[in-house]
Design a protein around this ligand. Structure first.
Ligand SMILES: CC(C)(COP(=O)(O)OP(=O)(O)OC[C@H]1O[C@@H](n2cnc3c(N)ncnc32)[C@H](O)[C@@H]1OP(=O)(O)O)[C@@H](O)C(=O)NCCC(=O)NCCS
Length: 251
């Protein structure tokens, strides 16, 4: 009989030195583990759309507020007459959101250059030529997904929907984002390219470091589609809700 016990050295658990580790629950030998539950299958169909109504925007701001509280408090503006999670860049932005029934579960905004430039230019001094063409590009920001739905493809699908809708409905063709390094890498996987050598520390953002990533809507549509199609079997990446956004008045 196989005996792995080493009698010469005392068992540290019985000697009271360490606590006995509780074995991880899991299938025993020969038992096939059930497939992991796909969070998207569990929650139901997700509807992606451009949100232009005051009610939709209020739902997005409320969702941001819940998602940011205690984690990204520096994003709260608390400006008079505005929702705490809203700022002036929201006025002209194209807002896209993922909905589960009447709940927003993911959102992002695509902002044009306003009278004071892009939000990124107000936050940081950017190297000359770093940004794509001002008249045909939008800054993506405030990308946020409900915690239980991260890593499911929702953010990718939302950004792809943004690319497709904006290509179809507007003159904009390019995008860029100011993002923390790990998220910048994520944007690169959406078909973006990092601006080489650029990294800035933003005091207004809890001293976090940010990089700049830029891309084209057409190439990002292709890259995201490829990435969604490469997801493991069993992962839902077909969003069964409305495929096209409603055309808003500002388009
Ligand atoms: C950003 C977000 C929408 C991406 O969702 P997703 O596509 O499902 O992907 P993940 O959540 O896995 O995030 C992708 C990567 O970015 C990293 N990341 C996301 N938000 C981050 C943040 N605020 N700071 C640092 N890293 C972050 C994740 O850790 C992950 O890195 P990894 O792949 O090396 O583990 C989601 O993480 C989120 O809602 N985060 C909170 C809001 C936020 O931070 N928005 C961006 C502000 S710049």
């Amino acid at each position: 009989m196989e005996n792995n016990a080493v009698t010469a050295s005392p068992d540290p658990v019985s000697a009271g030195v360490v606590e006995r580790a509780v074995p991880e629950p899991g299938p025993g030998p020969g038992v096939v583990a059930p497939p992991p539950v796909d969070p998207l299958r569990a929650v139901g169909p997700i509807d992606l759309r451009l949100c232009d109504s005051a009610a939709d925007r209020a739902a997005i701001f409320g969702f941001r507020q819940t998602a940011w509280r205690g984690r990204s408090d520096y994003l709260f503006g608390n400006r008079r007459g505005r929702h705490p999670a809203e700022d002036e860049h929201d006025d002209d932005a194209f807002h896209f959101a993922a909905w589960l029934g009447s709940d927003v579960v993911a959102a992002c905004r695509w902002c044009p250059s306003g009278p004071r430039g892009f939000e990124a230019e107000q936050l940081a001094s950017l190297p000359p030529g770093a940004l794509p063409a001002r008249d045909t590009s939008l800054q993506i920001s405030r990308l946020v997904v409900r915690e239980d739905l991260r890593r499911t493809g929702v953010s990718e699908a939302l950004l792809r929907e943004g690319c497709r809708a904006l290509l179809e409905l507007t003159r904009y063709r390019g995008w860029f984002a100011l993002a923390v390094p790990r998220l910048a890498a994520h944007y690169v996987s959406y078909g973006g390219v990092e601006v080489a050598g650029f990294e800035v520390e933003l005091a207004a953002r809890a001293g976090q470091r940010y990089r700049l990533v830029k891309g084209g809507m057409e190439s990002s549509d292709v890259a995201i589609t490829r990435s969604l199609e490469a997801r493991p079997p069993g992962t839902i990446h077909q969003f069964t809700g409305r495929e096209r956004p409603r055309v808003g008045a500002k388009l």
